[in-house]
Design a protein around this ligand. Structure first.
Ligand SMILES: Cc1cc2nc3c(=O)[nH]c(=O)nc-3n(C[C@H](O)[C@H](O)[C@H](O)COP(=O)(O)OP(=O)(O)OC[C@H]3O[C@@H](n4cnc5c(N)ncnc54)[C@H](O)[C@@H]3O)c2cc1C
Length: 409
């Protein structure tokens, strides 16, 4: 039986963020992951501004190390193709408005997560156990008893759940993510796509809504290509995403041209996305839930890494307070839930409004017609960028002045 003050389950960005924060405060802890790193994680491989901010706060050496190893590719622009095939170009803002400093970058998750793992391996306060899948959790008077597939047994004063977008551990806690708040994505890596190296591209089509087809240029002339669609749509229409992935490239004129000399490297890999649509219970007696497991992926962008880092940091800070008080009750840990939602809750209001609405054909059709129209008005591109950078997009979308500028001015 391994005794631990805190046990973090999952060593993706959320778990690593919690681990680094605990180490910075000299708190010994255990972090376990079912995978052995480096491991594959289906993702769009885009690190938006929020990730750079969180990494700088967590440990600036991580960004330096990514740059020194040549693992990052700056992203300066994004192009959205609505169904009419006309591009809408949006320029990203530089980081903290410093000219020449990119506010977004791409990096393969295989390498990014490995750099994060190496960071925690260097800490004298963190013990990492890989290949350790937690299969049972029991809350007892002396602590939380964890059992892993490989026979490992752990007794922890509290646990931080960072197991990503899958329900296995959440199910044990009785806190599964509802299917209505999920999307499903598949991604593959390619070479030879005709896409510029500092631009991401997004393709939208009526019969894929709510969802989209994304291309991210990576370092070394490789590309991440991923298709994300609402789980509800996939289930009700019995869609096969693998087939749609290929047929979309074939049927979309712009894509067909871009992929004419492309070769796929490796396999297609799939994963769920636990979206931030409804607030959930993410703290209870002796546990806190962080990252995707807490359902924090933004629906507008599909980004979840910034929130994974942020929630890991908040939970670790709360864990330190709980250890000092020797109080691991729900009443004590509840603070984590409140402070996190206070910080990111506004994006939930957009999610809870838009996600169900986007399942209505008339609504998603109107959005696409609207984008078709805007693609012919490039003077509105900066307004669309404002929307992208809004903490509370719904507020801007409910402002008639915004639409006046978009349609008329
Ligand atoms: C197709 C796709 C595209 C995406 N694109 C982007 C993007 O471009 N930018 C962005 O910001 N976000 C993107 N996301 C979301 C992003 O991948 C997640 O938000 C991010 O990985 C969350 O980090 P995490 O640490 O919470 O979970 P994860 O990174 O999933 O890590 C969870 C870890 O827990 C481990 N684990 C799971 N179960 C157990 C268990 N029972 N016992 C022990 N360990 C366990 C896993 O092995 C894994 O290492 C995308 C997601 C998908 C699916």
């Amino acid at each position: 039986m391994i005794d631990a003050e805190v046990c973090i389950i999952g060593a993706g960005p959320a778990g690593v963020s919690a681990s680094i924060t605990l180490s910075k405060n000299n708190v010994k802890h255990l972090i376990v992951d079912s995978a052995v790193f480096p491991r594959n994680k289906p993702c769009g491989d885009i690190m938006p501004t929020g990730v750079i901010r969180e990494l700088n706060d967590l440990d600036p050496d991580i960004m330096t190390s990514l740059y020194e190893k040549g693992l990052v590719n700056p992203i300066w622009h994004t192009i959205t193709y609505p169904p009419n095939g006309n591009p809408i170009n949006i320029d990203y803002l530089p980081f903290n408005n410093q000219a020449g400093v990119p506010g977004c970058f791409s990096v393969s998750r295989y390498e990014f997560d490995e750099v994060l793992i190496q960071k925690i391996q260097k800490s004298e306060f963190a013990t990492l156990r890989q290949g350790c899948r937690i299969t049972a959790i029991e809350n007892k008077s002396e602590g939380v008893h964890l059992q892993a597939e490989d026979g490992t047994q752990i007794l922890a004063k509290m646990i931080i759940v960072a197991t990503g977008s899958n329900n296995s551990v959440l199910k044990i806690l009785g806190l599964e993510q509802p299917k209505s708040d999920c999307a499903i994505g598949i991604r593959a890596h390619f070479e030879g796509i005709d896409v510029e190296s500092h631009k991401t591209e997004l393709f939208l089509q009526k019969d894929l809504m709510p969802g989209g087809f994304y291309i991210t240029p990576l370092p070394n002339k490789k590309f991440n290509v991923n298709l994300v669609v609402s789980l509800e749509k996939v289930k009700t229409e019995n869609l096969n995403l693998r087939e749609i992935f290929d047929s979309f490239i074939e049927s979309n004129k712009v894509l067909k041209q871009k992929f004419s000399n492309a070769t796929r490297i490796g396999n297609y890999e799939g994963s769920m996305l636990f979206l931030g649509i409804h607030k959930k219970v993410i703290a209870g007696d002796r546990f806190m839930i962080i990252g995707d497991s807490a359902g924090l992926i933004e629906i507008m962008s599909g980004n979840g890494i910034p929130q994974a880092f942020m929630s890991g940091k908040y939970a670790a800070r709360k864990a330190i307070e709980a250890l000092a008080k020797n109080d691991f009750s729900k009443a004590e840990l509840q603070d984590y839930e409140e402070s996190l939602f206070k910080k990111i809750g506004k994006s939930y209001s957009a999610g809870s409004f838009f996600y169900p609405a986007l399942h209505k054909k008339w609504f998603s059709g109107s959005i696409l017609n609207f984008l078709n129209y805007l693609s012919k008005r490039p003077q509105t591109n900066d307004l669309l960028r404002d929307l992208l950078y809004q903490k509370n997009p719904l507020k801007l979308l409910l402002n008639p002045g915004f639409f006046y500028k978009l349609f008329i001015k």
